[in-house]
Design a protein around this ligand. Structure first.
Ligand code: ADP
Ligand code: MG
Length: 352
């Protein structure tokens, strides 16, 4: 158990780290943020910050010496970085979850091995391979880079086989996975939190609306199509957490279909679709993650209100903040980022 008063090290300096740090404070923990980025919105609310490269061995060793437990808010921290740190201090969730989540092929095979059902998929390493995969998976399909994709980046929609050449050029020869396009009724996510001893809680499913590959809104409780898939998806998410001996909050995204839930992807961290819990649940996903990685008892996941709608504030839509502050049903969360680039996550609002 990592007792209050201890220091939590967070790898990654974005808004998820910022909200983790804000949730750690009332439980009496200090936070030390480590990331290479020029702007660290997590660092703005942390007791200590190390701005250094992921492969700076001396900086990593100093960081490990300064903290009691290490977590990550970003799933593309290099595995070698986490392995070095894990030899020095507990890293929760561990490196196994990162390895799986960093590669869409490994992730799909792993989940299929646990009885999950991804959309039809095939590995693609060449243009000839893409043609073969299209014959296998069919069209429409989506070509996704195996690694480093987020917010719909690194993805190309393929309507018919004659678009293969353009799609392969668009991913610039990166190793990919081709996925059949799913005509889903709805999208949703399941968040579970798991303790070192294996104790688990899960939140009510969030129904998610994406626009242009980026999460736009989450609704809780979810609608009927999601409700019909929830039990199977939750059971799978728990199996994934158990198989990885996972510690912390784990998010899995699903497509709700007539034949049941199809697994889309997992995130070994707190998740944008769980932001509703900050104002809509008795324990936020951020507090829950802190409790789990510190080995504290998990908190209740019960809703505080009958319904919540979380809306992301992307780019200059965050300029709406004065109207949101005036709305008694709206709880505003801004991330303190300096550049409101188009599509960039600048904040979110929970409507209760
Ligand atoms: P990211 O890592 O960018 O979140 P996802 O694989 O979750 O990548 O894709 C982003 C969004 O694109 C999904 O939430 C969904 O709306 C859409 N999408 C992705 N894959 C498929 C698919 N196979 N069929 C239909 N829509 C998809
Ligand atoms: Mg996704």
């Amino acid at each position: 158990m990592i007792l209050p008063g201890a220091t939590i090290g967070i790898l990654g300096g974005g808004q998820l780290g910022r909200m983790l740090a804000l949730a750690a404070a009332p439980l009496g923990y200090r936070v030390h943020v480590y990331a290479p980025d020029a702007e660290l919105v997590a660092g703005d609310v942390a007791a200590a910050v190390t701005r250094a490269a992921w492969d700076d061995a001396a900086a990593l060793d100093r960081f490990a010496a300064a903290v009691d437990v290490i977590t990550y808010e970003f799933e593309n921290v290099p595995v070698a970085t986490v392995e070095r740190l894990a030899a020095l201090k507990p890293v929760r969730p561990g490196v196994a979850a990162l390895r799986v989540a960093q590669d869409r092929m490994i992730e799909k095979r792993f989940v299929a091995g646990l009885g999950g059902r991804p959309a039809p998929f095939a590995a693609v390493d060449s243009l000839a391979g893409l043609h073969a995969a299209l014959a296998d998976v069919g069209t429409p399909a989506i070509l996704k880079t195996r690694r480093l994709g987020y917010d719909g980046k690194g993805q190309v929609r393929i309507g018919s086989a004659d678009e293969a050449g353009a799609a392969w050029a668009a991913v610039a020869g990166a190793p990919c996975v081709l996925e059949g396009y799913v005509a889903f009724a709805a999208e949703f996510s399941i968040l579970v939190a798991r303790c070192p001893g294996g104790a688990e809680v899960h939140y009510p499913a969030a129904e998610n609306v994406h626009r242009g590959g980026i999460l736009s809104e989450s609704h809780v409780p979810a609608g009927a199509a999601v409700a019909a898939c929830m039990a199977e998806a939750t059971a799978l998410t728990v199996r994934i957490a158990d198989a990885l001996d996972y510690v912390g909050v784990l998010a899995c995204e699903f497509f709700a279909c007539a034949e049941g839930p199809l697994f889309n992807e997992m995130a070994p961290r707190v998740h944008n679709s769980g932001h509703w819990t900050q104002d809509g649940a008795l324990t936020s996903q951020f507090e829950q993650h802190v409790r789990a990685i510190c080995g504290l008892p998990l908190g209740p996941v019960t809703m505080r209100v009958p319904r919540v709608r979380m809306e992301n504030l992307l780019g200059d839509t965050a300029d709406r903040w004065p109207a949101l502050l005036a709305d008694p049903a709206a709880k505003l969360h801004l991330y303190g980022k300096s550049e409101a680039a188009e599509g960039r996550k600048m904040g979110h609002v929970n409507f209760l």
